[in-house]
Design a protein around this ligand. Structure first.
Ligand code: SF4
Length: 221
């Protein structure tokens, strides 16, 4: 379906894999995807991870989606509460080991949320950076012994495509995106980059590009 419009890809995915959910951190792409998907299947499950270190603006945005669109949202938290993480690994783990912190706070709950699904939909774009340049529209994985497809309907979109969609359809987006932020995660690991800045350059001080959610599944088949 290379070259197909995202709604067409979504329609195909939802017709092919009944147990499908959207995974999002409510970035601009996730907001566009949710808006598109609920136009096809209004009750599509959406899940997001709350690490305990989200910006208030991100929490406000997910609430706005629930109120405006009535989305079926599940907010996941890591099995290790922050207080236990502090006891085990010391406070402010993000200052010493971002890989472990992301594994506990983001990857573990996401891995659990994928149990029992046929497919999950994510808002990655190829032009977001090196780590995403090679993504396919559909990727096959094995998840805990079961087949699982990851769908990237926006793979061929540019940043401008995303913003054109959001503005044309009056889809809510994170207020921080109007304040020099281009990609938003946890507040300790996210900085504004300004208009000319690299799209993901404000994440982890440029030390890494991915939290692990989109790279942890080594069992790609
Ligand atoms: S983005 Fe930073 S604070 Fe958030 S889980 Fe990863 S290391 Fe921890």
């Amino acid at each position: 379906m290379e070259g197909a419009a995202p709604p067409e890809i979504l329609r195909f995915a939802l017709a092919t894999w009944p147990k499908t959910a959207i995974s999002t951190a409510f970035g601009p792409e996730g907001c566009a995807l949710i808006h598109m998907a609920i136009g096809i299947r209004p009750d599509i499950p959406v899940f997001t991870v709350d690490t305990g270190w989200l910006f208030q603006e991100s929490i406000d945005l997910r609430q706005k989606f629930v109120e405006k669109y009535g989305i079926r949202l599940t907010v996941l938290e890591g099995q290790t509460p922050l207080i236990a993480q502090d006891k085990l690994h010391g406070p402010r783990l993000f200052e010493r080991d971002t890989d472990l912190c992301c594994a506990l706070r983001k990857v573990e709950p996401t891995d659990r949320a994928l149990d029992g699904l046929d497919a999950w939909i994510a808002g990655l774009r190829r032009d977001q950076g090196k780590s995403r340049a090679g993504i396919d529209l559909f990727e096959r994985y094995e998840h805990k012994g079961a087949p699982l497809v990851k769908v990237n309907p926006l793979a061929t979109w540019t940043r401008k495509d995303t913003w054109d969609y959001l503005l044309k359809n009056e889809v809510p987006y994170n207020a921080l995106l109007d304040q020099g932020y281009k990609s938003i995660g946890c507040w300790p690991c996210t900085a504004a980059v300004g208009e000319g800045g690299d799209e993901r350059g404000g994440r982890w001080g440029g030390r890494k590009e991915e939290c692990g959610i989109h790279t942890f599944m080594a069992r790609k088949t």
